[in-house]
Design a protein around this ligand. Structure first.
Ligand code: RNT
Ligand code: ZN
Length: 416
């Protein structure tokens, strides 16, 4: 008997069907962020990321042009199995002759047409989108949609509206929904004199953005809360309470970034709470190390716990999985592949749990056996199922890192 057949039998003894798990995994889309490839710089002249987020490291080979970024994405995605979506930021507009003439408040679908062409070419499942409310001179005193300066607010409202139109275009072209995630850096370094005012302005600004009218069957809007950022330690306008209430009252959804909460709070526990009220929940999966540091996603316990909540609540269609990390200190392609594969490994881990059995044990208060089964299952041969999964999806002889090393030598090192 080969290793897969043996492993399959072991899972079967817990009532788990490994073939079914692999099939399910292949159908779960992961939205992979474009910004791992260029340190969140983009192409519209904004420069290095600002607004409380920071990329550190100076590894050679950062993609500097749309062509280079696409080349890297094509290669990285070829090493990531399963269904993939591309998560773009507005700052990745390809402006061509409009460069220097058209600002973010007037971006149009045509500025993203090369991305659509590319996404179709490499067979992606869809495109997701993010308005870029940072790295721009119209961020005034660290504020955008909550700014007391009307001109500033209006500029960013127009940006949000422009992005909804672009998202509609993505959805139509790709024949798949487009998630538009709104995150703003707005906050204060020190003790505020007014905590409510900026939130009321943000609320009105968001209402104005949404009032533009967009096809709700194609475009899903999410708001991403945060607890603090570097330089804005004392106050964040868009915190968790603000956005959860906003989303609930406006019929949009929340995006949970697992780097955006107090250290003992977990997104795995928030997912089922939101599923009790919302049809959709969006995620930014990242790895916070002491703060929202956006390290590469590793196969850690909380990631597995997040995936368990998605899988055992039958929510693979409801939870929109996106990645959000940026590491410039290691090979960027490798960072992409490691993080995305870990997301998928954790999903497979969750799919291979005896979820129904465990729920039943909880409900009849058999906590002793529940704990035993949970712990026994931790040593099952997940790796053999993963290897079989890669084989099935043509990643046989999976020495992907060798390919990355060759690409580094041939392509990345040439980028001086
Ligand atoms: C920042 C948020 C946000 C960004 C990306 C680039 O704290 O997590 O999602 O990381 O939009
Ligand atoms: Zn995020």
């Amino acid at each position: 008997m080969n290793r897969y057949d043996q492993a399959k039998e072991m899972f079967a003894s817990y009532g788990v069907d490994a073939d079914k798990a692999m099939k399910a995994l292949a159908g779960i889309p992961v939205s992979v962020h474009c910004w791992q490839g260029d340190d969140v710089v983009g192409f519209d002249g904004g420069g290095a990321a600002s607004g409380g987020i920071q990329t550190t490291g100076n590894y050679p080979g950062r993609a500097r042009t749309p062509e280079e970024l696409m080349e890297d994405i094509r290669f990285a995605f070829s090493l990531i199995p399963g269904k993939k979506r591309l998560n773009l930021h507005a700052s990745y507009a390809i402006l061509g002759a409009d460069a220097g003439k058209v600002d973010r408040d007037a971006y149009r679908p045509e500025h993203f047409a090369p991305w659509v062409k590319f996404a179709k070419e490499i067979g992606l499942d869809g495109i997701d989108f993010n308005p870029t409310y940072f790295s721009h001179p119209m961020v005034r005193d660290g504020l955008t949609l909550s700014s007391p300066v009307e001109e500033v607010r209006k500029f960013w409202i127009r940006h949000g509206q422009a992005c909804l139109k672009i998202a509609e275009y993505f959805a139509t072209e790709m024949n798949s929904h487009c998630l538009v995630n709104i995150w703003i850096p707005d906050g204060l370094k020190d003790v505020p004199a007014d905590r409510l005012g900026p939130r009321l302005r943000l609320k009105d600004a968001l209402d104005e953005i949404l009032s533009v009218g967009y096809d709700k069957s194609k475009v899903y809007v999410a708001v991403e809360s945060k607890v603090f950022g570097i330089g804005v330690e004392s106050y964040t306008v868009g915190n968790n309470e603000f956005y959860q209430n906003y989303a609930a009252t406006r019929g949009i959804c929340c995006l949970l970034d697992n780097g955006h909460y107090h250290p003992t709070e977990t997104v795995s526990d928030k997912i089922p709470s939101l599923l009790a009220f919302y049809d959709k929940v969006a995620l930014h999966v990242t790895r916070p190390v002491r703060w929202d540091s956006d390290h590469v996603v590793l196969l850690e316990d909380e990631l597995k716990e997040i995936c368990k909540e998605i899988v055992r609540n039958d929510a693979t269609d409801k939870v929109m999985i996106g990645l959000d990390y940026f590491d410039a200190s290691i090979n960027r392609i490798s960072a992409w592949v490691v993080g995305a594969r870990n997301m998928q490994k954790a999903l497979l881990y969750a799919l291979l749990q005896p979820n129904a059995k465990m729920k039943a044990l909880q409900d009849c208060a058999n906590f002793t056996e529940q704990m035993v089964v949970q712990e026994e299952c931790k040593m099952l041969p997940y790796g053999d199922i993963w290897t079989e999964y890669l084989k099935k999806y043509r990643f046989a002889g999976d020495d992907w890192f060798k390919e990355v090393a060759a690409y580094e030598k041939k392509v990345l090192k040439e980028r001086k």
